[in-house]
Design a protein. Structure first.
Length: 259
């Protein structure tokens, strides 16, 4: 299937590894030129080189903290008129809400709600005027099935979800779509970090924790960044123009509900 986006340009945030990298590579394989972003310069440059070598598309790497005004300014200076934006940020830490002060909440909101909104604010009118735009926000399965220890993420990402629900309906008639992908358990550094934390508290090994988590998945395994990226690329394609304002749960069927 021809996705019809070869030659377009995409900003992909937090794309040096994990789900962001999976999205960047999938878009590049469709001929999309990339502006990648992450805080760590070395890992980001390595990913940019890898994608250039595999696909031949133009890749610009911007090492910056996109949750800051300065980071967003650097990213938008490199790509002021993107056709596609993939909003992504590492989730805030687990914990007990009794331990979180205002600073913890503001940091979570800045990274997981306000930064995506600011990037949409800066670029969506251009997308409307060019009559093409695709925005994909990577949120979390916890938006649909909140997890007690992920209260910071539950709150910030749910706020973004509510905002998107209103904005998506305003721009759809201009061939601009906004959708959210809600990842379940994917084989990423963040998942392993969570397993290491759990292992430290429980006395188990990290591998034992990971195996226990796998067995709780409907598929008996974790998802891969490549699988995640494939869905992202499709949502960014001309074939997905009638998919808008949706929250697409990607968890292998583990969520136990009907809807």
């Amino acid at each position: 299937m021809d996705f019809g986006i070869a030659g377009r340009t995409a900003i992909v945030c937090a794309s040096s590894k994990g789900l962001g990298k999976g999205c960047a590579l999938a878009l590049a394989e469709e001929g999309v030129h990339l502006v990648l972003n992450a805080r760590g310069k070395d890992a980001l440059e390595a990913t940019a080189d890898e994608i250039r070598g595999k696909t031949g598309v133009k890749v610009t790497a911007i090492a910056a903290d996109v949750s800051t005004p300065e980071g967003r300014a650097a990213l938008l200076k490199a790509c002021p008129a993107p056709d596609i934006i993939v909003n992504n940020a590492g989730g805030p830490p687990m914990g007990d809400f009794r331990d979180w002060d205002r600073d913890a909440w503001m940091k979570a909101l800045d990274a997981n709600m306000l930064t995506p909104i600011e990037l949409m604010k800066a670029t969506i009118d251009g997308m409307v005027s060019r009559r093409f735009g695709r925005i994909v926000n990577i949120t979390s399965s916890a938006v649909k099935a909140p997890i007690g220890s992920l209260g910071l993420s539950n709150g910030a990402r749910s706020g973004l979800t509510g905002f998107v629900a209103g904005l998506a309906r305003q721009v759809a008639k201009h061939n601009v779509t906004i959708n959210n992908i809600l990842p379940g358990s994917f084989d990423t550094d963040r998942l392993r970090s969570g397993a290491e934390t759990t292992a430290g508290k429980s006395g188990q090994t990290t591998e034992a924790v990971l195996e226990e988590w796998k067995q709780s998945e409907a598929t008996g395994r974790f998802g891969t960044p490549e699988e995640f990226g494939a869905l992202c690329a499709f949502l960014c394609s001309i074939r997905a123009g009638y998919i808008n304002g949706q929250n697409l749960l990607l968890d292998g069927g583990t969520y136990p509900g009907t809807f």
